[in-house]
Design a protein around this ligand. Structure first.
Ligand code: AMP
Length: 282
């Protein structure tokens, strides 16, 4: 497995692979890998001939009050996991390599970044799309893989790829969960034992909403209220948002008549956790 820190070296490596006619897959990560990341890598391994994992905690997607400085890291463990899945190259640049002093350009997807996480994290998605566009230009993939856990991120990246005519297939992978239902996340590391119990309320809320829809409830407001009540009955929780919206446009909907996205963000102690589910009528 190659470990590459320089942009030019990564570009030359990918260029050579392209000349050889092989299919290149990219899995972008911020490290501290868990089974969710590993699943993305497995899917990538299956779908392509050369698998690149990027490992970069992107300062541009963190707000000034957010956890950039304390984001968990375990580079040795990450490299070991990448090796065990058969990653061909890990691209792990420094922040200075990615953002030299002279950089002035950002990529911004306008409308769908305003809703959900965009409301409480201004600038976050511009940070994400800018770094992902850069990673695409550096690693030159034919296909890139993202998790459905960050559903809005996936929709935003698909929109960027369409709008800017990037010749890349974007593939989503279903959320990988702990046995008790908690969506895996590097930020679960911030939870104390008691907060960990409260964090289960996110998945319980999603399950409650599914059950309500299964029994014929269509009123999005009522469903959201039930989910809110369930979550707030757990200590240490503070709701950022609970939204039922169109799964592509991300605009709010009032009645669950076709497939809808239920997405939520909840603070549990220091951790801001997100989760989502597609609600379908039965
Ligand atoms: P991160 O390192 O948090 O930026 O995540 C890197 C990639 O892994 C993103 O595409 C995430 O959506 C994806 N991911 C994170 N957690 C999960 C999970 N529990 N299941 C599936 N994919 C995930």
């Amino acid at each position: 497995m190659e470990i590459i820190e320089k942009i030019t070296v990564m570009q030359e490596t990918s260029e050579k692979w392209r000349r050889d006619g092989v299919l290149i897959v990219l899995v972008p990560t911020m490290g501290f890998l868990h089974e969710g990341h590993v699943e993305l890598l497995r899917v990538g391994r299956q779908k392509g001939d050369r698998l690149i994992m990027s490992l970069f905690v992107n300062p541009a997607q963190f707000g000034p009050q957010e956890d950039y400085q304390t984001y968990p890291s375990d580079t040795e463990g990450d490299l070991e996991k990448a090796r065990s899945v058969g990653v061909d190259a890990v691209f792990m640049p420094t922040a200075q390599e990615m953002y030299p002093d002279r950089s002035q350009t950002t990529v911004n997807v306008e409308e769908i970044t305003q809703y959900l996480c965009g409301e409480s994290r201004p600038g976050h998605f511009a940070g994400v799309t800018t770094v992902v566009a850069k990673l695409f230009n550096i690693t030159k993939p034919h296909l890139a893989i993202f998790g459905e856990k960050d559903y809005q991120q996936l929709v935003v990246i698909k929109q960027m790829v369409r709008d800017l005519d990037m010749d890349i297939d974007v593939v989503g992978v279903p959320t990988v969960r702990e046995q008790d239902g908690l969506a895996m996340s590097s930020r679960n590391n911030y939870l104390s034992a008691e907060e960990r119990v409260s964090a289960l309320s996110l998945k319980k809320g999603l399950d409650l909403a599914s059950a309500l829809v299964a029994t014929g409830e269509k009123n999005a407001g009522k469903i959201k209220n039930s989910v809110r009540e369930l979550i707030l009955n757990h200590p240490f929780t503070e709701i950022d948002y609970i939204t039922i919206c169109d799964p592509e446009k991300l605009t709010d909907i009032e009645r669950v008549d076709g497939p809808c996205l239920l997405a939520l963000a909840v603070r549990v102690g220091k951790a801001r956790l997100i989760d989502n589910i597609i609600l379908r009528e039965h």
